[in-house]
Design a protein around this ligand. Sequence first.
Ligand code: NAD
Ligand code: WQD
Length: 343
Amino acid sequence: MQKVLVTGGCGYIGAHTIVDLINHGFEVVSVDSNIRSTTQLLEGVEKITGKKVRNYKVDLCNLEDTHAVFHENRDIVGVIHFAALKSVGESVNDPLYYFQNNITSLVNVLKCIKEFNVPNFVFSSSCSVYGNTTALPVVEETPLGEAQSPYARTKQMGEQIIEDYSRVNNTQSILLRYFNPVGAHSSALIGELPLGKPDNLVPVITQVAIGKLPKLTVFGTNYPTRDGSCIRDYIHVMDIANAHTKALQYLLEKRNTDNCEVLNLGTGNGVTVLEAIRAFEKVSGVKLNYELGEARPGDVIAIYANNSKAREKLGWTPETGIEDSMRTAWQWEVALRDRVLNN
Ligand code: NAD
Ligand code: WQD
């Protein structure tokens, strides 16, 4: 069995990816300091797959501790690096915290990859690297715009660090630029678990619907779009997860044409905020309490992916549309409530 080291494995996308990796025959170890998570999702992973995944509770900013994990796992065939802080607003208020955590952890992971000759590396990047682009759908070659937050800048810098590193070392890397990951595993045993009040649209929708939050505000209704609200590319988290497995297989089979390749992970379809709300109402049968409000500073009007490169190179096809994404997000929120009620 080929062993993969996943950083941030206790988080939202990491946990879903671990399920897909295990389902495709990989053995997985996780490193997560739990600064933004608990081990709850790994317990869900075990229920789904029947496999217990070990998590090393290590802060990747600590080189010595990170080194010890790599030393104990010399037989890994690759690293998938999810661990990072990801709140845009928090990064605006505390940029140094974001640079310290996201960049130091990445550099430490790469130092260990170099020392232990790990051949393959997959990095969580983000469509936020494109900044305020108007060329839609976005292709990977689109010149990166000005980062709209320190968080987005850590992703731009992270990509550059990996590109420079891969050029002169033996590691093959893939940078995956996610658009808007949403939804949950169909079992409702794992899903998005925001600590505190969520910022992102889908957890806000499900938390309003379940009664944890009083109301949703649609941020901006006068944008030049078909209904005045912003357009995004909402992609199901299991589709994102599967792209990681396929990216790793692609590297292991040496099908890559460059030491460092970049791929967009989106559905290719733009959906407005109001369309997302209607999709949720349709599949949940819940009438959402929402109001039309002011635009949120820093929001881009519209962004969605051209995903041809990921389709062609990886043989990947996103399979879940907005309605099924909303359905699984809702089933997860209901499962969380039922768990609290039953305890
Ligand atoms: P998440 O917060 O659920 O998971 C990230 C995990 O990393 C957390 O469990 C956290 O405890 C851990 N972590 C953070 N810093 C660490 C450190 N120094 N050492 C060890 N562990 C650390 O986030 P997610 O949504 O699963 O995102 C995963 C990755 O995908 C991140 O890099 C994020 O920036 C990127 N991304 C996320 C989205 C999104 O909307 N969710 C979109 C694009 C890119
Ligand atoms: C989606 C749409 C909001 C909440 C962020 C990061 C990006 C990436 C994904 C990590 C927007 C609208 C939202 C609400 C609303 N993350 N909205 N009311 O801003 O596209 O992207 O997450 O890399 O880097 O910037 O996602 O889910 O916050 O917003 O109307 O209460 O929903 O205005 O149009 P966003 P989001």
